[in-house]
Design a protein around this ligand. Structure first.
Ligand code: PEP
Ligand code: MN
Length: 346
């Protein structure tokens, strides 16, 4: 940490800051300039709240040098981290595609989607059974029945499953049905849930909160990792900004930013990011180009009749085009979308 003193700071104020820093266990190196003094506080303390120093008399600025997280940080673990789930490697050369409807609605709907996305190169079937809806009057998901339908459909086509857990009380049931556990944007800072996920024996797919900074998002990953689960996949899914022309503002710059700060795999969900079907494919292309390790995309056999997020769900045909396009983009940047296993098709 670097502490810059005010130009008018007196010796007593500087001494007080040094004493305080020593009290917290930092070694302090002082540089006395013509106008102001700068203190270098040496000691790695991710939990230290820099405001304790910033509020002291005579202090102008405080800069953190190490991040407030440890397990999620590149400073502590060389990256990139790869996560093996079944025969799919996440975070490696392959761009992994997770696709499926927003919600599991029926056996027919999820079976048709699984067959189509598997035959076009997706390796993970998504589908919500417990849904976080903004309105209590909206479809809340099929719950346990939905989990079973999702698992059966995925198994029939050699796909892995990802689905969301909304509360600690559902965790055992969701773990039994899924290969990867999704934490939705609204739960990114549900700390009791994150702590429990630290004990779960499944990778955690952590979506970025609606108004979360990159550091807040990485602190949430830190919760899961610090509680024992090193397998965290991050997912950018759009943030709230002043712009209203899309549902959210998809922050693609977060991909290279997170990659420089963290060793964890980073995905992009353009469906929730823009909320409008015809903008999902261009942003999916951009996400692969910017270096995302994978995509999460909503696809539905009949989007116009979907019980949730129909306007952003792709028609099958659009999903096929998306896969053809990202295959070429992945190749151009030294990656691939080909999967090592052959998914069974219809
Ligand atoms: C979802 O994936 O269906 C979902 C609700 O996503 P988010 O948490 O990003 O809104
Ligand atoms: Mn959705």
């Amino acid at each position: 940490m670097v502490v810059v003193m005010d130009s008018g700071a007196g010796e007593a104020q500087i001494e007080a800051v040094i004493e305080k820093l020593n009290g917290f266990g930092f070694d302090v190196h002082r540089s006395t300039g013509v106008n102001r003094s700068v203190l270098g506080a040496v000691g790695v303390k991710p939990e230290f709240d820099t405001r304790r120093i910033a509020v002291m008399d005579g202090v102008s600025d405080v800069f953190r040098v190490t991040e407030p997280y440890k397990f999620a940080s590149r400073s502590w673990t060389d990256g990139p981290t790869t996560i093996e789930v079944g025969d799919v490697t996440i975070g490696g050369d392959r761009v992994v595609v997770m696709a499926g409807p927003c919600s599991v609605e029926s056996e027919e709907q999820i079976a048709a989607t699984a067959a189509f996305v598997a035959s076009h190169g997706a390796t993970v079937l998504r589908g919500g059974a417990f849904k976080p809806r903004s309105s209590p009057y909206s479809f809340q998901g099929l719950g346990s029945d939905g989990l079973r339908m999702l698992r059966d459909a995925a198994d029939a086509h050699g796909l892995l499953v990802i689905t969301e857990v909304m509360e600690v009380g559902h965790l055992d049931e969701v773990v039994a049905a899924t290969d990867i556990i999704q934490v939705g944007a609204r739960n990114m800072q549900n700390f009791p849930l994150l702590k429990e996920l630290g004990k779960a024996e499944r990778p955690v797919f952590l979506k970025r909160g609606l108004s979360a900074t990159v550091d807040e998002w990485l602190m949430s990953a830190e919760y899961v990792m610090a509680h024992g689960n090193p397998y965290v996949i991050l997912c950018e899914r759009g943030i709230r900004t002043f712009e209203t022309s899309t549902r959210n503002t998809l922050d693609l710059s977060a991909v290279p930013v997170v990659k420089s700060k963290s060793h964890l795999p980073v995905f992009v969900d353009p469906s929730h990011g823009v909320g409008i079907r015809n903008k999902v494919v261009p942003l999916a292309r951009a996400a692969v180009a910017v270096g995302a390790d994978g995509l999460m995309v909503e696809v539905h056999p009949n989007p116009d009749a979907a019980l949730s997020d129909g306007p952003q769900s792709l028609y099958f045909e659009q999903f096929g085009e998306l896969m053809d396009q990202i295959r070429i983009i992945a190749q151009a940047i030294g990656r691939t979308t080909d999967q090592p296993h052959v998914a069974r098709s219809l």
